[in-house]
Structure formats: structure tokens, C-alpha cells
Design a protein around this ligand. Structure first.
Ligand code: CS2
Length: 493
């Protein structure tokens, strides 16, 4: 079998080996600009869109992928080399791999190289939706002030250099300004990030920025831009060198950056698209009136569940999520956390079988083929904790419910942030707040509660005596007897 680089030229031969797009990519208009073309977008929205482009004749929904950060150079270059094509490898529960080439990304732009081009694309008439996966931290929200963070140096830069911005807020402001000047009709900005009320958050943060950068644009945005909330879900680990080799050895396809993911996928969206939208429901997306309960459920069970497994598992010395969840003590702990501490905070989830949902999470986490990296899960915990875990703690404290397990996880994070696991191996902390986390973690070794003083993460949690007490005890317990013994003790309570 001849080795073939993945690109347009080789697509016909590649089609003899795995599924490839059968629609005419050249005929597509770019109806969507997507910012943040990492693995998750390519396993989720681009996958749904690709499926849809096969299903119907609508040619309006090609995607232009925008790489916003210098960090995204490699992915941009890969997409450019491969004409926007990439392979999705779905790692099924039975150990088999389903492979297909995805063709929905028909254009790609690298913002740091040519900001003007990105602004123009966002302002072009054919574009009806701008979708975002800019990560939890990308919204520039400060948990302590509950406001947009104007002290961020990149935001200061954007306010002074509106033509060559660095952040999504600078780009959107310029593009929307142009749309207004050109009297274009409305546009939808759709967040695909893991944030409660992600559409509301996108709107609130954007309007905060615009109120300072271009105040006269605020009312235009209020009338002409819609911000649907959505719950997005598909576990997408970081692609490993073995994945690239696997693809080459099994299919002869040379793809510099295939995307790997689990079989499960879910996308629940509020139907609020001011300028129209793809019929994603034809390929499994759910359109609902109110997505809030779904988001809450997913963030505080799946995403928090990940953080629980990641932080505890990292200290024990595991590398992958399945190893942590397949440890029966940690599995029982997670089960109890979900049942005892999270479930009472979820309220009424009409039409959802929570028992089944929680069960399916354990199965998904336990998929031994996925090898989802604990490193990935623990990265940027400072942005994840306020969204995934803090709401549960606050709600439980208010209702005088149990917070013991969340306190143990918080203590595990404080110890994790020192950067060494229980076997003395070093842990690579990847976090925008790394320096603060590490200095507080070191202080916390003598006074555990200092870690809770990071108010941009914990808000005013350090003033709650019940929590501080449980957290401090958990901290000492982990230091004295290790994570697993603490988990067992709580499981037996
Ligand atoms: C994970 C998510 O980043 C994380 O901590 O929990 O990336 C998770 O895998 C996705 O949200 C699944 O939909």
C-alpha cells in the first residue's frame, strides 16, 4: 500500500481506503467562521457539519477555521498543507477504530499573521455564524469581581491597537463595527465552550469590552447579534504520536494531525440564530428552548468528574483517566461525589434520566482505548474549577449539604500545584495562573487555607468556615496518609 499525504490531490485514492467527503468542497460558501481549531472543534462541530454536508444540498455552511494564537501555528500549518482536511479517528468501546476524513473546514486563517484578513472574513456577508472554542479562560471573566478583566495585558493591547488585536474581543469588535457600517444583517455568535450559560457569558463579556472600545456599537450588537447557549460534549484527548503512526501503518495515510475522540457526542443548542443556521438536527444535534439544565448537568457531572479523576489520579501517579476510574476506590468516590454532592444541586431535569447519565459517564471515562491524558484534564484547572466544581460547593454550602468530597478534591489540587506526585515524580503544571498557584501551594504546605485565597478562582470561599475546616482536614489527611486512603475513608463514612 502506497503512503499518501492527506490533501485534495490524493483524496480520490484515499477514498478507496477510508470514508472521505463526497460533497463538492469547492462549491461550498463559508457560512461559519470558527475561532479555535483545536481537537475539540474538529471532533465536534466540524464533524456534525461534515455529516450534514453529506446529507443535504445546502452549500452555505462551509467553515473557515481561524487560529487565534501563536500557539496555534502548528495546527494552522497542518491544515494549510492538507487543504483543510484531517482524519477523525473514533475510538470505539470495543477497541476498534472508525476512521474518516472530514472536509467541512474549507478555509483557514492565521490571525497573528494577518489580522485584517480575519476581521474581513468575519465581516463578510456570506458569514452568518461565528462559533468559538476559545477555552474557559478565553472569556476573560474574573470570578472574584464577576466582571470582565480589564487588567489582562492582551486586553490593554487590544484597546490600544484596534486594527491588530490579539484577543477574540478585539477581533469581534472590529468585525461587528464593519458589519454595522456595511449595514449587513444580523449574525450569530455561538460559544462552544464548557461554561454555564456560554452564550450569555460570550454576550456579557463582549458587551463589557465593546462598551469601552466602541461604545456606539453596543446597541447595534444588542439588536443584531444573537448568542445561543449550548451544551457541547465529546471527549477528545490530545493526539499522540502513536495515533499518527497507527493511521499511517493501517491505512497508508500520512496525516500530520489527525483528531482522536470517543464515539459519544452530544450538542444541545438553543434555537436562537438571527441569521439562519445549518440543519444540524438532521445529524443528531438537539435544539431546545432552554439549555441551562443540560449545561449544568454536563459541567458538574462530566467535566467535574474529569477534574476529580484527574486531580486525585495525578497524585496517585496515574497518567490516563481510565486508570483512575478503573481503580475501584476512586470510582466509588466519584460515584458518591456525583450522587451525594452534585445531584442535589441540579434541580429538576425534566426528561433526563440522571441515573443512566451518571452510569454512562463512568463507562465513557473507563474507555481504555481513549487514554485521555490526566495532564490534559488537569491543565488550566484555575479556569475550570470555578465552572465545574465551585457552583456545586457554593450550592451545597447554602443548603447545608455535604462538601467533604469536593473539599478533598480541592485539597488534592492544592497539593498537586506543588508539582510533585505521591511517588516523588514531578507533575507538569500547565495553567495560566501557574506562578500564583505554585507560590500559594508552597505557602499552603504550612497553612493549607492560603491556597483558597486565590480569589479569581475561589471567589470568597476562604471566608466560609465550614469549607475551610473540611478542606484543611482533607489537606492534612492527604499529606499524612495519601489520596487513596482518604478516598477509602470517605467511601466508608
Ligand atoms: C474536560 C473536557 O477539559 C476538561 O477538563 O473535562 O475537555 C471534556 O473532555 C469535554 O468537555 C467533553 O465534552
Amino acid at each position: 500500500m502506497e503512503n499518501l499525504k492527506l490533501n485534495n490531490k490524493n483524496l480520490a485514492v484515499i477514498a478507496e481506503r477510508i470514508t472521505t467527503p463526497t460533497y463538492k468542497r469547492n462549491d461550498l460558501k463559508t457560512g461559519i467562521v470558527h475561532v479555535g481549531i483545536g481537537g475539540f472543534h474538529r471532533a465536534h462541530e466540524a464533524f456534525y457539519t461534515d455529516q450534514l454536508l453529506h446529507e443535504e444540498s445546502s452549500k452555505d455552511w462551509g467553515i473557515c477555521g481561524v487560529a487565534l494564537l501563536d500557539f496555534d501555528t502548528k495546527i494552522y500549518n497542518t491544515l494549510k498543507e492538507q487543504d483543510g482536511l484531517y482524519t477523525l479517528i473514533i475510538k470505539e468501546l470495543d477497541g476498534s477504530y472508525t476512521k474518516q476524513v472530514i472536509g467541512a473546514i474549507v478555509e483557514y486563517l492565521f490571525a497573528p499573521e494577518n489580522p485584517k484578513q480575519v476581521i474581513e472574513k468575519m465581516a463578510s456577508e456570506e458569514v452568518k455564524i461565528i462559533t468559538l472554542t476559545i477555552t474557559e479562560g478565553g472569556y476573560n471573566y474574573n470570578e472574584a469581581t464577576k466582571q470582565f478583566d480589564f487588567t489582562n495585558p492582551d486586553i490593554i493591547h487590544d484597546l490600544e491597537n484596534s486594527e491588530a488585536p490579539k484577543t477574540i474581543f478585539g477581533y469581534l469588535t472590529q468585525a461587528l463595527q464593519l458589519r454595522k457600517e456595511r449595514s449587513l444583517k444580523g449574525i450569530t455568535i455561538q460559544s462552544c465552550d464548557n461554561i454555564q450559560g456560554n452564550g450569555h457569558m460570550a454576550k456579557k463579556m463582549l458587551l463589557s469590552y465593546v462598551a469601552k472600545a466602541a461604545p456606539s456599537l453596543v446597541s447595534w450588537i444588542e439588536s443584531n447579534v444573537s448568542f445561543p447557549n449550548a451544551m457541547v460534549d465529546r471527549i477528545t484527548p490530545v493526539t499522540s504520536p502513536e495515533d499518527i503512526t497507527y493511521l499511517k501503518e493501517n491505512t497508508g495515510i500520512e496525516d500530520a494531525w489527525p483528531v482522536v475522540c470517543e464515539p459519544f457526542k452530544q450538542w444541545v443548542i438553543e434555537d436562537d440564530f438571527i441569521a439562519g443556521r445549518p440543519a444540524w438536527e438532521k445529524v443528531g444535534a438537539q435544539f431546545v428552548e432552554d439549555v441551562v439544565p443540560y449545561e449544568k448537568m454536563k459541567l458538574s457531572l462530566l467535566n467535574a468528574g474529569h477534574s476529580v479523576l484527574g486531580l486525585l489520579g495525578a497524585l496517585v501517579g496515574y497518567n490516563a483517566i481510565d486508570e483512575a476510574v478503573n481503580n475501584p476506590n476512586i470510582r466509588t468516590f466519584l460515584n458518591n461525589y456525583m450522587d451525594v454532592e452534585v445531584t442535589p444541586t441540579l434541580g429538576d431535569l425534566e426528561g433526563i434520566n440522571l441515573h443512566d447519565y451518571k452510569h454512562s459517564l463512568l463507562e465513557r471515562f473507563g474507555n481504555i482505548n481513549i487514554k485521555d491524558q490526566i495532564d490534559r484534564i488537569c491543565s488550566e484547572t484555575s479556569a475550570k474549577f470555578p465552572i465545574f466544581i465551585l457552583p456545586t460547593i457554593n450550592s451545597q454550602l447554602e443548603d447545608k449539604g455535604s462538601i467533604q468530597m469536593a473539599a478533598l478534591v480541592t485539597a488534592a489540587w492544592a497539593i498537586y500545584s506543588i508539582g510533585v506526585d505521591e511517588n516523588g515524580n514531578s507533575l507538569a503544571i500547565k495553567d495560566a495562573l501557574k506562578i500564583t498557584l505554585q507560590s500559594k501551594a508552597i505557602e499552603a504546605q504550612t497553612k493549607p487555607a492560603t491556597f483558597l485565597e486565590i480569589d479569581s478562582v475561589f471567589g470568597d470561599l476562604n471566608t466560609n468556615n465550614t469549607f475551610v475546616k473540611a478542606y484543611t482536614e482533607a489537606y492534612q489527611d492527604i499529606v499524612n496518609k495519601g489520596v487513596e486512603a482518604c478516598v477509602i475513608a470517605l467511601n466508608n463514612k
